[in-house]
Ligand binder design. Structure first.
Ligand code: CTP
Length: 399
């Protein structure tokens, strides 16, 4: 699919993944995109500007003080008319600079002076990625509307295995694809995260859902043109830029929020790990410990997805099935029991809390396994499947 860019700035920062930028550049140029490469000084330690000059067919800029720019203002001149700036790889240090609006070299100044969207593909060692400072920076960048692509999980140059590798160039290209139009005009309601059922003011029953899959789907759906409403249980993720988020605590809160908004939705994607039970009589005061065993009486919660799917004017409903065994059988049973056109099945051990997932989509035509990958990429593949199914059922968007 052709990318929606005519002119791109490809920023390369210092990290071993800089060698992958050459392949990324080749793929971008192959698409007919006019790519201007800008490198930091550190990037030049990992890959030479000559390689990138040869691949882009243009001089590569590395310095604020380049005399070849006629007006002497490369930070303004280079990004003029650019459709986007893509930084790949984006080092931990460069991300930190972006957060603070630093402008002490050409690339950071270009980012600060830009009028176009900014996308970053982080790459760093696992500990650097997991460091609270980096995590905080990523959340802030997202809040500033900067699109974060990846990182991926796997073997790292330092010999460690974990999260922090730059996405493969093909995966970055896939995330840039304009599947945008695919969900244009559709309203999509997505639930995400865990729910929390209080036992007393300080204790609760909840689960280990991180909300990452639901948030990735919400972000991808918005990028594909949908109007998204995200109803989220408590998570520690930044609200995706430009998406309406309603925060809820309990399954009952989530049910109410969904039913209030479902009437105008074309699609409902139920990603939340909704608690099946709630405490019959939550205590208003903190329970005191005693020598005896303590039993909690639990009442079943309404199944939100089943309820929505049984509405007379139900939207197109997509369920998730998280299983620890018999994945496809149990997921298909759920799909039929809840009368869903589509369910996404995943093993708890494969995805809960992590950044990667392994989904199989089940519909009337059978099982369609998706390749294992970052939730951001798998989210798009799931939505592409939804868009194809919507096309086939030729559903009209709701007025
Ligand atoms: N779901 C829901 N409301 C509930 C329980 C589940 O909307 N009270 C939705 C989930 O969001 C998911 C699907 O139903 O899309 C399946 O959830 P899951 O927890 O895998 O299965 P359950 O139906 O709860 O069955 P079980 O816990 O027995 O596996």
């Amino acid at each position: 699919m052709a990318l929606p860019y005519k002119k791109l700035i490809l920023g390369i920062t210092g990290g071993i993944a800089a060698y992958k930028a050459a392949e990324l550049l080749r793929l971008l140029v192959k698409q007919g995109i006019d790519v201007q490469v800008v490198m930091t000084e550190a990037a030049c330690q990992f890959i030479t500007p000559v390689t990138l000059q040869a691949l882009s067919g243009k001089p590569v800029f590395t310095s604020m003080w380049d005399a070849s720019i006629a007006n002497g203002m490369p930070h303004i001149e280079l990004s003029r008319g650019a459709d986007a700036i893509l930084i790949a790889p984006a080092s931990a240090d460069f991300l930190a600079k972006l957060v603070h609006g630093c402008a002490d070299d050409l690339l950071s100044t270009l980012c600060l002076a830009r009028e176009c969207p900014l996308l970053v593909a982080p790459a760093m060692n696992r500990q650097m990625w997991e460091n609270p400072a980096t995590q905080r920076n990523i959340e802030l960048l997202k809040q500033d509307g900067i699109r974060v692509l990846g990182p991926a999980e796997g073997e790292q140059a330092c010999g460690e295995t974990g999260l922090g590798r730059m996405l493969e160039p093909e995966d970055i290209i896939r995330l840039l694809e304009p599947s945008s139009g695919l969900l244009a005009g559709k309203r999509i309601l997505i639930t995400a995260g865990p729910t929390v059922e209080h036992i007393d003011p300080v204790r609760a029953i909840t689960n280990l859902s991180s909300g990452k899959m639901g948030y990735s789907i919400a972000e991808a759906a918005a990028q594909m043109g949908a109007e998204v409403l995200l109803i989220s249980g408590p998570v520690s993720l930044a609200p995706p830029a430009g998406i309406e988020v309603q925060s809820v605590i309990s399954a009952d809160d989530m049910l109410k929020a969904v039913l209030e908004n479902i009437g105008r939705q074309d699609v409902f994607i139920s990603v939340a790990a909704v608690s099946d039970y709630r405490v019959a009589q939550p205590s208003e005061q903190k329970l005191k410990k005693g020598a005896q065993t303590l039993s909690l009486e639990l009442l079943p919660n309404t199944d939100i997805l089943a309820k929505v799917a049984s509405l007379p004017d139900a939207p197109f409903c997509v369920g998730f099935a998280a299983e620890s065994e018999n994945l496809l059988d149990y997921a298909e049973q759920k799909r039929r029991a809840k009368k869903l056109p589509l369910i996404a099945a995943n093993l708890v051990s494969d995805s809960m809390g992590g950044d990667d997932t392994n989904l199989a989509l089940l519909d009337d035509t059978g099982a369609h396994p998706l390749p294992r990958g970052p939730k951001t990429i798998v989210a798009r593949q799931l939505l592409q499947h939804v868009a194809t199914m919507l096309d086939k059922t030729s559903r009209k968007p709701k007025p």
